[in-house]
Ligand binder design. Structure first.
Ligand code: NAI
Length: 332
């Protein structure tokens, strides 16, 4: 067994954390031979609830979990961490405008960026889940100048997993037979789920997704809209937002980041844009990435037709607007 690593989860008393903590602590992310010390951050008001979560983690009797550090102090939470799951965020309250939500959240991510800069390991890998995830990740990295920009990512893996599952159901194959779906852009309703470069294994043979689906109209309309609106559909049915699937997606994202992607395979992650595929630079944009040795690279040379280009422009514009609104708040 190796030395334990420290992993922080923020929003640790919330819904997503309730699923994610178990998944991380049983080895789903860092593997079956990596012991962990879990740091759990939430706000002072939630410390009582967090105590219950700590009790349950103890009661799971998980062999990889060396210890748990519950706290409301970012200085304690971020100390020496190798991985950070930034889940905690202010939820939208009744009557709250999108701008108010953005303002409340960018302030949280500014504080957490500063704490990461001061206390975390310099090679910490940061995943932002809390919404607006892409712009929160940008703000966070801006306030952590001593940590490389490529160490800050935002989650669009839930959208990717949703898209994969839709394609599998349409073709009538197991979900594992579908790969290389792309989510472009923002984790919002402007995201563009794109199966044009995806692959599906049908009757033992890997074929391009469009020829497996055999329904271009479905791929351009129903498929795109179902993925874009899936979060709202879950809220309508459950009266609460996606939590189990969000936790699983966060684990998939960080596992692939640490352990790499298979040859010829890629996954979608919100990463700092270098302008690839004509996207705006310096926003956190979801791209197809391949990963090896803990480093992601934007996959180049994929086909992007005019239909896709239009959608990339729409989601890119939204990210530029969010960036201006966010920096107007933090620089005020
Ligand atoms: P929740 O409301 O159940 O839990 C959030 C927790 O964060 C609460 O315990 C709250 O006290 C805590 N929190 C608030 N401010 C904090 C701070 N400054 N430091 C530490 N903790 C803080 O929410 P849930 O369902 O767990 O969702 C969390 C976030 O994830 C939300 O912003 C949600 O919109 C987002 N989300 C993102 C997805 C994605 O695909 N990127 C998918 C699903 C949810």
């Amino acid at each position: 067994m190796s030395e334990p690593i420290r992993v922080v989860v923020t929003g640790a008393a919330g819904q997503i954390a309730y699923s994610i903590l178990y998944m991380i602590a049983k080895g789903d992310v860092f593997g079956p031979n990596q012991p962990l010390i879990l740091h759990l951050l939430d706000i002072p008001l939630m410390m009582g609830v967090l105590e219950g979560v700590v009790m349950e983690l103890a009661d799971c009797a998980l062999p990889l979990l060396v210890s748990v550090v519950p706290t409301d102090d970012p200085a304690v939470a971020f100390k020496d961490v190798s991985a950070a799951f930034l889940v905690g965020a202010m939820p939208r309250k009744q009557g709250m405008e999108r701008k108010d939500l953005l303002a409340a959240n960018v302030t949280i991510f500014k504080v957490q960026g500063e704490a990461l800069d001061k206390y975390a390991r310099k090679d910490v890998k940061v995943l932002v889940v809390g919404n607006p995830a892409n712009t929160n990740a940008l703000v966070c990295s801006q306030y952590a100048p001593s940590i490389p920009k490529e160490n800050f990512t935002a989650m669009t893996r839930l959208d990717q997993n949703r898209a994969q599952s839709q394609i599998a159901a349409k073709v009538g194959v197991p979900v594992a037979n579908v790969s290389n779906i792309i989510i472009w852009g923002n984790h919002s309703s402007t995201q563009f789920p794109d199966a044009s470069n995806a692959k599906v294994v049908v009757n033992g043979k890997e074929v391009p997704a469009p020829s497996a689906v055999q329904d271009d109209a479905w791929l351009r309309t129903y498929f795109v809209e179902t993925v874009q609106k899936r979060g709202a559909a879950v809220i309508a049915a459950r009266k609460m937002s996606s939590a189990m699937s969000a936790a699983k997606a966060a684990c998939d994202h960080v596992r692939d980041w640490f352990q790499g992607t298979a040859p010829g395979r890629f996954v979608s992650m919100g990463v700092l844009s270098d302008g690839s595929y004509g996207t705006p630079k310096d926003v956190i944009f979801s791209f197809p990435v391949s990963i090896s040795n803990g480093k992601w690279q934007i996959v180049q040379g994929l086909s992007v037709d005019d239909f896709a280009k239009e959608r990339l422009a729409i989601t890119g514009k939204e990210l530029e607007e969010e960036r201006s609104e966010a920096f107007a708040v933090v620089n005020a």
